[in-house]
Design a protein around this ligand. Structure first.
Ligand code: SF4
Length: 93
C-alpha cells in the first residue's frame, strides 16, 4: 500500500506521515478492491491508523480517484470535496 501512496504522489507535500501508515505491508488489493467488492477490511485498518487524517487530506487535495484512503472510498471523498466547495462558495458570497 505504501508503494501505491508514493506512486500517487502528485505534489511536493511532505509524506513522512506514510511511515506510520497502518496499511504498511497490507495487501494492496484490500485498498483497491474490484468494483462491488467489500471495503470493510480496509476501512477497519484505516480506523486504527494514527495518520488517517493526513492520508485522507492527501487523497482529497490530490484528487485521488481510486481506492480507500483515510478510511473513505472515492465516492465518500467526492462528497467531502463537494461539501468543501459549497462551504467555500457560501463564505465567498
Ligand atoms: S488511513 Fe488507511 S490508507 Fe491511509 S495510511 Fe492509514 S491505513 Fe493506510
Amino acid at each position: 500500500m505504501l508503494e501505491d501512496l508514493r506512486k500517487a504522489l502528485k505534489t511536493g507535500d511532505d509524506l513522512a506521515w506514510q511511515d506510520d501508515a497502518n496499511c504498511r505491508g497490507a495487501n494492496a488489493d484490500l485498498f483497491f478492491p474490484e468494483r462491488g467488492a467489500s471495503t470493510r477490511t480496509a476501512k477497519a485498518i484505516c480506523r486504527e491508523c494514527q495518520v488517517r487524517a493526513e492520508c485522507l487530506e492527501f487523497a482529497i487535495v490530490t484528487g485521488e480517484k481510486f481506492g480507500i484512503w483515510g478510511g473513505m472510498s472515492e465516492r465518500e471523498r467526492r462528497r467531502v470535496r463537494r461539501d468543501r466547495q459549497v462551504a467555500a462558495a457560501r463564505r465567498a458570497s
